[in-house]
Ligand binder design. Structure first.
Ligand SMILES: CC(C)(COP(=O)(O)OP(=O)(O)OC[C@H]1O[C@@H](n2cnc3c(N)ncnc32)[C@H](O)[C@@H]1OP(=O)(O)O)[C@@H](O)C(=O)NCCC(=O)NCCS
Length: 197
């Protein structure tokens, strides 16, 4: 049966270009490196990261997790970046845990190392990678989902321009049971010249 609507983004648009490194103020937002694994283990020892990302991570898992992002970029199924300071210290994670090029959408995910919180790192990094995914990646809609019990994430979403769209009841199982989840989204908006911001 013929499709009446084609793919929003042609296959190959992401993987044909190298995953970019972006600079945001004093932050560097770059692809993951094997040397990040130790800091990722530390990140996943933090109770809030365990709670909201619903997992822990040992050394071997962290090495596999870090290595997986290059494969997922090549497969165009996800796009994840490490956020570091100028000295290369890992401050956080940002990006998209899933990408659907044909549908033109992706789902954001982020955390900040406990010691780096209070500097607006998650929102600033998310704005940078979101802008890139809309303008250079060609996506149309970026989504973000967080528990209603996670007001810090709600604030990050709002500050990054992801508008609140509604609450999905008992959408995600956490270690203490089902949580209602806020859905936020950022839509590509062409300016007067047709360029995507
Ligand atoms: C959510 C998270 C990434 C934000 O990290 P961050 O970028 O360092 O955020 P900041 O501490 O700078 O705070 C950003 C904003 O959230 C607000 N905020 C922080 N903690 C908050 C809380 N508990 N309740 C309400 N607002 C809060 C801050 O006041 C700030 O808003 P403002 O600039 O209007 O004052 C971080 O708390 C984290 O990693 N949490 C655990 C993992 C997680 O929740 N990931 C998201 C899963 S959906």
């Amino acid at each position: 049966m013929p499709e009446l609507v084609g793919a929003v983004v042609a296959a190959g648009r992401l993987c044909r270009q190298p995953q970019p490194t972006l600079t945001v103020d004093e932050l560097t937002v770059r692809p993951w490196r094997p040397s990040d694994a130790t800091a990722v283990v530390t990140a996943y020892r933090a109770p809030q990261i365990q709670r909201w990302h619903v997992r822990t991570m040992d050394d071997a898992e962290a090495r596999a997790w870090v290595a997986s992002w290059a494969d997922r970029w090549a497969a165009e199924t996800a796009a994840s970046w490490a956020v570091t300071d100028a000295g290369g210290v890992l401050l956080g994670r940002t990006g998209f845990r899933s990408v659907d090029l044909a549908g033109g959408s992706a789902e954001a995910a982020y955390w900040t190392m406990p010691a780096a919180r209070g500097r607006d790192i998650a929102a600033r990094a998310l704005i940078a990678v979101s802008g890139w995914m809309l303008a250079d990646g060609g996506l149309h809609r970026l989504e973000l989902s967080h528990s209603v019990e996670n007001p810090a994430s709600c604030r990050v979403a709002t500050k990054a321009g992801y508008g609140y769209e509604g609450t999905r009841r008992q959408q995600a199982l956490h270690s203490d049971g089902w949580h209602d989840m806020h859905l936020h989204a950022l839509i590509a908006e062409p300016d007067q010249s047709g360029a995507i911001r």
